[in-house]
Design a protein around this ligand. Structure first.
Ligand code: PEP
Length: 250
C-alpha cells in the first residue's frame, strides 16, 4: 500500500541551533505512524546537524533545492552528491519561489529532477498556476506544460513525487478548496497515466501545497487523489506541524 507523505518546507527559516531544538522537540512528541511518511526540508546550513539527529529516526530529510552537477565551478551551488552523502532522501525541485524569484525554467528543473533521481534520491516536482492563469481558465494547460517539460526524457517515475501548489495559495492564507485541488490532482494522475502508464499513475504520490494548516488538513486529506501535503508556514511551529502530521480522515 502506498504511504502518504506529509512534508514541511522550512524555506529560509531557522538557524542550525534553532533547527536542532525544533527537531528534538518534534521527535520527542511525534507518534509512530505506519501509513504516512514525515519529511522535513530545512535550509542547507541545517541539513548536516539535522541529518545526524535523524539517523534511524521516523522523520525523513529533504533539501529545498539542488544543482544538477556533482561538482565544479558553480559558486554558491550545492550538489546532489553532497546531499546524498549526508543522508538527504528527497529534493524539492521547481518550487514556485525558485521559478518566480530566481528565474528557474522548466528546462533547468528537468535537469534537477533527473540528476536528483540519478543520484538515488526522490524528486518532489512542484507545479502550479498563477492567479491570472487560473482566472483565464488556463490551469490545466499550465500544469500539463510544466509536467511535460520538467519530465522530458525522464523515466524513473518510481522516484518522483509531484506537488500541486497553486501559486495564488502559497503563503497567502488562501487555500484551494479541497474539490479544486482534487480536480487538478485527478488531471495530473490522468496525464501521468497517458505519458507513462496506469500503474505508475496510481502509485504516484501527489501532494497538495498552499496554505495548508491545522484547520484545513482533515478536509484536504479526505480527497481521494490527495496523497499528502507540502506545508510552508504551518510547519515552522511544532504544535501546528504535529497537528497536520496527525491528520484524521473522518
Ligand atoms: C510552500 O512553500 O510549498 C507552501 C505551500 O507554503 P505555505 O504553506 O506557507 O503556503
Amino acid at each position: 500500500m502506498k504511504k502518504f507523505l506529509i512534508a514541511g518546507n522550512w524555506k529560509m527559516h531557522k538557524t542550525p541551533n534553532e533547527s536542532i531544538i525544533f527537531v528534538n522537540e518534534l521527535l520527542r512528541r511525534i507518534k509512530d505512524y505506519k501509513d504516512r511518511d514525515i519529511l522535513i526540508c530545512p535550509p542547507f546550513t541545517s541539513l548536516y546537524p539535522i541529518s545526524q539527529i535523524l539517523k534511524d529516526r521516523p522523520i525523513k530529510l529533504g533539501a529545498q533545492n539542488v544543482y544538477f552537477e556533482n561538482e565544479g565551478p558553480y559558486t554558491g551551488e550545492i550538489s546532489p552528491l553532497m546531499l546524498k552523502d549526508i543522508g538527504v532522501e528527497y529534493v524539492i525541485c521547481g518550487h514556485s519561489e525558485r521559478r518566480n524569484i530566481f528565474g528557474e525554467t522548466d528546462e533547468i528543473i528537468n535537469k534537477k529532477v533527473k540528476k536528483t533521481v540519478e543520484m538515488g534520491m526522490k524528486a518532489i516536482l512542484c507545479v502550479g498556476e498563477k492567479l491570472e492563469e487560473r482566472e483565464k481558465g488556463k490551469t490545466f494547460e499550465i500544469i500539463e506544460n510544466q509536467i511535460k517539460k520538467s519530465l522530458e526524457n525522464f523515466d524513473n517515475i518510481e522516484n518522483l513525487v509531484i506537488a500541486y501548489e497553486p501559486v495564488w495559495a502559497i503563503g497567502t492564507g488562501k487555500t484551494a478548496q479541497p474539490s479544486q485541488a482534487e480536480e487538478v490532482h485527478i488531471f495530473i494522475r490522468e496525464l501521468i497515466s497517458r505519458i507513462y502508464n496506469k500503474e505508475f499513475a496510481e502509485n504516484l504520490i501527489i501532494l497538495y501545497g498552499g496554505s495548508v494548516k491545522p484547520e484545513n488538513i482533515d478536509q484536504l486529506m479526505k480527497e481521494k487523489n490527495i496523497d499528502g501535503v507540502l506545508v510552508g508556514n504551518a510547519c515552522l511551529k511544532v504544535d501546528s506541524f504535529l497537528r497536520i502530521i496527525d491528520y484524521k480522515i473522518l
